[in-house]
Design a protein around this ligand. Structure first.
Ligand code: CA2
Length: 142
């Protein structure tokens, strides 16, 4: 069984500590718990980094070892062709996830490079979106 990689980008380590009206009260550790519960027996690699290089390294790891990728690239979503290029090499399903509805927000949050290669996009369900993404990934991997 190949693990599901759940990759989180910059500043998400601060989840639950600011802007609860947008991002909710759950911490990233709580979110990891939601994902592991939703995944059941399926292996999960849950990671967060503030470094683009490390993020790309984890996508390369997922290309070699992973069954599916759930990705909240945070600000990298709107800036990183390097992350888009890495994701293009992944053969399995990719779910792009945003806690907030990025389309309701400022214009610089409206264009996602990652959406060009995502199998599906989830935005605006709050941190519950991670449960939805994990359950949906299990279906896509069947
Ligand atoms: O809604 C999302 O999940 C985002 O990917 C979060 C990113 C933002 O750049 C995207 O537009 C949407 C920003 C993450 C900010 O990190 C936080 C840290 C602490 C508390 C709340 C958010």
């Amino acid at each position: 069984m190949k693990p599901i990689y759940i990759l989180n980008g910059p500043n998400l380590n601060r989840l639950g500590k600011r802007e609860p009206e947008i991002y909710g009260k759950a911490t990233l550790a709580d979110v990891e718990g939601f994902c592991r519960e939703a995944a059941g027996d399926h292996a999960v690699e849950f990671r967060q980094t503030n470094s683009e290089a490390e993020f790309i390294g984890w996508i390369h790891e997922a290309i070699d070892e992973g069954g599916g990728i759930i990705i909240n690239p945070a600000a990298f979503t709107f800036t990183s062709i390097a992350i888009l290029d890495a994701l293009k090499m992944f053969k399995g399903p990719i779910i792009e996830l945003h806690i907030s509805n990025i389309h309701k927000r400022e214009p610089y949050y409206h264009h996602s490079y990652v959406s060009k290669v995502a199998t599906a996009v989830i935005a605006g369900l709050g941190t519950h979106g991670y449960r939805v993404a994990t359950g949906s990934m299990l279906e896509l991997l069947k």
